[in-house]
Design a protein around this ligand. Structure first.
Ligand code: 5CA
Length: 440
């Protein structure tokens, strides 16, 4: 991508409305734009990061056996009247009428709709277990939308829904998502700790929130400090192995960890003082087991091996991609801007032409840009005629992991500079060496 032809509206000034660093940097880097309170456009740079986050989420959901579909944002009120949640959900639900005066709503979550899909076609235990997910916009008319896309009214959610014949089988489905979440957040460069959590309007008794420790987090959390160094389930985890997944769950729930709603002061005080961690955190995922809470009122049942009909046991599993992007920035930035983990960086490499219009600089940059693009790298080429200082500031702000800098003096020697955004380390090398370093 040539920067001269891209759309990346950088802000020079610090936006006044931004209270936390991620919100400030997302606005300054031209990643998002607020359209009305708590409702955002994702501009091209932000969209790239969001897509990469979603690709990792999708990959791990698929690995754990979940199946992707797509459900609409607008739902009929009837379904919610069946489950009894239409009145219970309150003012957070955006209620709309269509031209025939039929009550509709912008979905805040999808338990009812997915249960409707399930009951319309699944009739036998032989079709279980089943886990269906989508990555879709949701709307919740939050009282206090704030911190940019961290808590917005319209936001994206990956929501998965599992269906099983028995409670035991449903617990295995829960454990699959539990392990998939540990892997997902790790691949996003984050340490998320599962904590016992309140179930709120979704319901059920068994629930964990996945929390990232951050000073700007909205939740107050309490946990054992050893969680910070626990091993993440490996790539070859067998998600069908019931015992292996139970062992992962047992290990990750063996020590104290709870959000403030579930906090048990006495149990926390039983943890050795030096091992106690009381901090603030960002909830990036939330999983629930709620048994037959929706299947019973909505009549979602299957025939069991005993020939009788059984209401299915369900769970739901949410991740907030549009919250994860700012959460990653909270965890990874410095005074100059964002520092993206390579797995979600909007570009792999930025090529900076320090003197656009200078033949040797132009030729060198074109050569590097073409070679790296051909090798499948996402390359941003800063071919604008901005001052070098502005280009450096922009490259640092948008946080691309590697900068290749071509200035007239180095280029005259057949060389460029390679800068690591995270460490700031710079290395001068031949043009060929710079290309070869990133082409494998
Ligand atoms: N149906 C269940 C799980 S599929 C559910 O709705 N769970 S939730 O309410 O906990 O939301 C799941 C995730 O969505 C949260 O962990 C959070 O990451 C994200 N999320 C929730 N509300 C917002 C919001 N207002 N802005 C941004 N992300 C949000």
């Amino acid at each position: 991508m040539r920067l001269s032809r891209y759309f990346m509206p950088i802000l020079k000034e610090n936006p006044k409305e931004a209270e936390i660093v991620s919100h400030r940097l997302m606005l300054r880097a031209g990643m998002i734009r607020q359209q009305s309170q708590g409702i955002y456009s994702w501009l091209p740079l932000g969209k790239r990061v969001l897509d990469k986050v979603n690709a990792i989420i999708r990959d791990e959901q698929n690995r754990a056996g979940a199946i992707e579909l797509s459900m609409p944002t607008l739902q009929s009120a009837e379904l919610w009247q069946e489950s009894g949640r239409y009145d219970a959900y309150g003012k957070e639900m955006l209620r709309i009428k269509d031209r025939q005066d039929r009550p509709m709503l912008y979905g805040p979550t999808n338990e009812e709709m997915v249960t409707d899909i399930f009951r319309s076609s699944v009739k036998s235990y032989k079709d279980l277990p089943l886990n269906l997910y989508h990555i879709q916009l949701k709307f919740r008319d939050e009282i206090r939308p704030r911190f940019g896309t961290m808590r917005s009214r319209e936001f994206m959610m990956k929501d998965a829904y599992s269906f099983d014949l028995t409670r035991e089988a449903a617990e295995h489905s829960y454990n699959k998502m539990f392990a998939a979440y540990l892997r997902t957040f790790d691949r996003l460069g984050l340490r998320a700790i599962p904590m016992r959590a309140d179930t709120g309007p979704i319901g059920g008794k068994l629930s964990h929130e996945f929390i990232i420790l951050a000073d700007t987090g909205e939740s107050e959390v309490f946990c054992h400090k050893d969680f910070v160094d626990f091993d993440i389930p490996g790539e070859h985890t067998d998600f069908d192995n019931v015992e292996a997944l139970q062992a992962i769950f047992d290990k990750w729930t063996s020590l104290y960890a709870a959000t403030s709603e579930m906090h048990d002061e006495a149990a926390f005080n039983a943890v050795a003082e030096g091992d106690r961690l009381s901090a603030r955190g960002i909830e990036v995922g939330h999983i629930f087991y709620f048994g037959t809470k929706y299947s019973e009122p909505m009549g979602a049942k299957v025939q069991g091996p005993d020939g009788k009909e059984h209401f299915v046991h369900m769970g739901s599993y949410g991740i907030g991609p549009t919250r994860l992007v700012p959460a990653i920035i909270e965890a990874s930035h410095d005074d100059n801007g964002i520092i993206w983990p390579a797995s979600v960086a909007p570009f792999d490499i930025v090529v900076i032409n320090m003197k656009a219009g200078d033949q040797a600089c132009d030729d060198t940059c074109e050569l590097i840009y073409a070679a790296l693009s051909k090798a499948g790298k996402d390359v941003l080429y800063d071919d604008t005629d901005d001052r070098a200082g502005t280009k450096f500031a922009t490259a640092d702000l948008i946080g691309v992991p590697v900068q290749i800098i071509a200035g007239p003096r180095a280029v005259a020697n057949g060389e460029v500079e390679v800068k690591d955004r995270k460490t700031g380390a710079r290395e001068t090398m031949t043009i060929e060496a710079a290309i070869n370093r990133f082409v494998v």
